[in-house]
Write a protein that binds this ligand. Structure first.
Ligand code: DQA
Length: 147
């Protein structure tokens, strides 16, 4: 089964972007980790990144139309994008919100997620391993669905 791992603005710059917060591993490392985790879980993982809200919304529509589960790091969109939230509310398959850092332990504006309420759940604060946990959660939800 296909799964999308969708990443919002600035995440392509992992490795050089605030390494004290986001670590030194690159976006390519993240993509490889997700695909490898997918193989282990028997999921075909497609990793994408965009800085563009409209493109992100279109990908979410594509997932809804194809019943494709999503692991989503909305990045800064997390905190303000009602357009993204409304797109995600149309989901037809599991949705897990992920964050590399722990937004609850950071600036006040990061304490609000407008996306969390339409997700199955949120995994935050485990570095790139947040994505591994999120893919495991997707596999678990899909197994429950078909049980
Ligand atoms: C982030 C946390 C967000 O607050 C921030 O805007 C990001 C990355 C994370 O993965 O920790 O861009 O989503």
């Amino acid at each position: 089964r296909n799964v999308f791992v969708l990443n919002g603005p600035n995440l392509r710059r992992l490795g050089t972007r605030e390494p004290d917060v986001y670590g030194s591993r690159t976006f390519d490392d993240l993509a490889a980790l997700c695909r490898e985790t997918g193989r282990r879980l028997d999921l075909h993982v497609e990793v994408r990144q965009t800085d563009d809200e409209a493109e992100m919304v279109r990908w979410v529509h594509e997932a809804a139309d194809g019943r494709v589960p999503i692991v989503l790091n909305p990045a800064a969109f997390t905190h303000y994008s009602y357009a993204l939230r409304d797109a995600l509310a149309q989901r037809t398959a599991p949705l897990i919100e992920v964050h590399i850092s722990n937004p609850a332990a950071r600036e006040e504006f990061r304490h609000t997620s407008v996306v969390a309420g339409v997700a199955n759940g949120t995994i935050a604060g485990f570095g790139l391993y947040s994505y591994v946990l999120a893919l495991q959660a997707v596999a678990e939800l899909l197994a429950e669905e078909s049980a």
